[in-house]
Design a protein around this ligand. Structure first.
Ligand code: 13P
Ligand code: SF4
Length: 370
């Protein structure tokens, strides 16, 4: 993973095409021309949270699940992933070795994915299993994690989920075992399990920063679900007070939030669902509807532009921007396209074969259940 706080690292990753060399307008013009020229050997994937100037290049636009499903089917040698690091890793794991997956800016990470690493998970796993007397724990990871954690669930009979299929995957896991270990996003885990009828008193939160995760063996024995203490810094920015104050001003407003938001926000909102769910609900609601959305701001602004007949706003008055998604810029795309033209790709994401093998098992389980 790239160390975002290492200055040397940042200098290494300054945009390769400066503003003196090309204006923003010229960058877009050249990048579109090059994309057309390279269309037989390159496909561009874009997550919905990408900024408008970047999403315009996406041959396929989607949420995490759709992008993983589509990546698995691509038959072109180069895949340019406008998203974040774990998404590019997933695409690499799902594609044959002769395909190259490119992340235009290597600093496009995910703060939630960085909240769990393999050593911490191994330690938690040993402690949890050591606290039990034979009950089976099934591990499920949110796709927002490093490949080493995807491999962990593959090696231990678990699966991966996205926010679109979390319910199905958790149901599968709890049919297979007695308890669930869910990481790294506590909110997606808690919101989904609660929706499935599991009480808050049946869930505990394991915090890797505390001794023994801050939980006792007795608590582990009693719990049905063990949630990892991770969260998305973008979605955690929404509050239930924002929902209540909007509802007070406008009782008819539809509040739709992403399940990475905290439990009280999801409870206060009218609906919660993945990025695709939010987009579909906006499409379905009749003209004139007033909709407040709790998710990343680039998507909210785009929906507001695409559906002018509906009044769409962000749930938060502050900009809930994913700054790591935002690192992908047209300048970086142009640099990636130029390198592909020369067949000397830059910023290629490669997962080592051993890690990829375990991850693939878990990803295939997820895709077959989706
Ligand atoms: P989805 O694309 O599954 O909605 O997840 C949102 C997200 O935070 C991606 O990083
Ligand atoms: Fe990670 Fe949140 Fe950004 Fe998604 S929106 S990439 S979970 S920080």
């Amino acid at each position: 993973m790239i160390d975002l706080f290492n200055q040397q690292n940042l200098e290494d990753h300054l945009p390769p095409i400066s503003e003196e060399e090309l204006s923003d307008e010229e960058v877009l013009k050249q990048a579109y021309a090059l994309q057309e020229e390279l269309k037989d050997k390159m496909l561009v994937l874009g997550h919905h949270y990408q900024q408008d100037d970047v999403i315009g290049f996406a041959d396929v636009r989607g949420d995490s699940l759709k992008l993983a499903q589509d990546a698995a089917k691509i038959d072109k040698p180069y895949i340019v992933f406008c998203g974040v690091h774990f998404m590019a890793e997933t695409a690499d794991i799902l594609t044959p070795a002769d395909k190259q997956v490119i992340l235009p800016d290597l600093r496009a990470g995910c703060s939630m994915a960085d909240m769990a690493n393999r050593a911490e998970i191994d330690k938690a796993w040993a402690y949890i299993n050591g606290s039990l007397s034979g009950e089976k724990v099934v591990p499920v990871t949110y796709i927002n994690c490093a490949a080493t954690l995807k491999s962990f669930v593959g090696e231990n009979g678990g699966s991966i989920c996205t926010s679109s299929n979390a319910e199905k995957i958790i149901e599968w896991a709890l049919e297979k075992g007695d308890k669930l270990l869910f990481f790294p996003d506590q909110h997606l885990g808690r919101n989904t399990c609660y929706k499935m009828g599991i009480g808050l008193d049946e869930m505990i939160t394991y915090d890797p920063n505390k001794f023994n995760g801050g939980v006792t063996p007795e608590q582990i024995q009693k719990a049905k679900v063990i949630l990892w203490y991770g969260y998305c810094s973008v979605h955690q920015g929404f509050t239930s007070q924002q929902v209540t104050s909007l509802k007070k001003q406008d009782p008819e407003i539809n509040v739709i939030v992403h399940p990475e938001c905290s439990f009280d926000v999801v409870q206060a909102a009218d609906e919660a669902g993945s990025t695709s769910y939010i987009i579909n609900r906006v499409k379905e609601l009749p003209a004139g509807s007033r909709i407040a959305i709790g998710t990343e701001i680039n998507l909210v602004n785009r929906l507001a532009q695409e559906f002018p007949e509906k009044k769409i706003t962000s749930l938060s008055p502050y900009q809930c921007l994913c700054t790591t998604m935002y690192r992908v810029r047209p300048r970086w795309l142009l640099a990636s396209f130029r390198a592909i033209k020369e067949d000397k790709p830059i910023n290629v994401i490669k997962v080592d074969e051993l890690t990829a093998k375990g991850s693939r098992t878990a990803l295939e389980t997820m895709l077959s259940l989706s």
